[in-house]
Design a protein around this ligand. Sequence first.
Ligand SMILES: Nc1ncnc2c1ncn2[C@@H]1O[C@H](COP(=O)(O)OP(=O)(O)OP(=O)(O)O)[C@@H](O)[C@H]1O
Ligand SMILES: [Mg+2]
Length: 240
Amino acid sequence: MSIEENALVVAGLSASYGVVPAIRNVNLTIRTGQIVTIVGANGAGKSTLIKTICGLVRATAGTVHLFGEDITGQSPDRLVPKGLSVVPEGRRLFSEMTLLENLELGAFARSDKVAVRRDLDRVLDLFPELRERLSTMAGTFSGGQQQMIAVARALMSSPRLLLLDEPTIGLAPAVVDRIAELVTTIAGTGVNVLLVEQNAETALSVADYAYILEGGSIVAEDKASVLAESPEVQRAYLGI
Ligand SMILES: Nc1ncnc2c1ncn2[C@@H]1O[C@H](COP(=O)(O)OP(=O)(O)OP(=O)(O)O)[C@@H](O)[C@H]1O
Ligand SMILES: [Mg+2]
């Protein structure tokens, strides 16, 4: 399969903090139309991998291709117009700004204001509970709602590839299920998704393909349904 038929191709990617390596020789591919997950424990290097893909951490080796274009080292503001949007760990909302202002910030790079309006409507269709509360300060929403706002904000840039860094962490099981459903719904609208999670059960249940990250290296990869049945994965990540 040629590189253009893939949403994302990460090849031999490494990064370090000072002299300490954080990710080593990571190879991963998101084929167009797929939900891909990276499962890893606390400190495995998941956020570093996402930050290196979107140019917030400098790669010491390797390349990143987005829809066939070499984007290695390009900063997030250059990547948003190319279709890459990130929901960072910890959500990073502007809590003293309204929900609507947060969503509008997600569309900062777009000049097509009519389309932005239409997308706001579409995005709010995914989050009916938010529609009535557009003038509420973002910081006053519950944790689950703030996560949804962060996802909604990322969708406002009209991405072709969405990177989600641990969207379910710290949320109640019912809210985790809701986020998982949303990921599937978003993928159904034609957005490719890279879902990074400690919550292996949820991640493997929504993803098509999965990678296991340990100590900064990919140690296993397969169809998510296959990894969910693997005894090693079950022992280490599913508590079975
Ligand atoms: N800014 C930083 N400076 C130095 N070391 C860092 C920095 N950020 C992360 N690290 C280290 O790099 C390694 C990978 O961290 P990273 O945050 O990527 O892991 P993670 O898989 O996202 O973990 P978590 O599940 O807790 O979010 C860890 O050993 C961490 O301590
Ligand atoms: Mg992290």
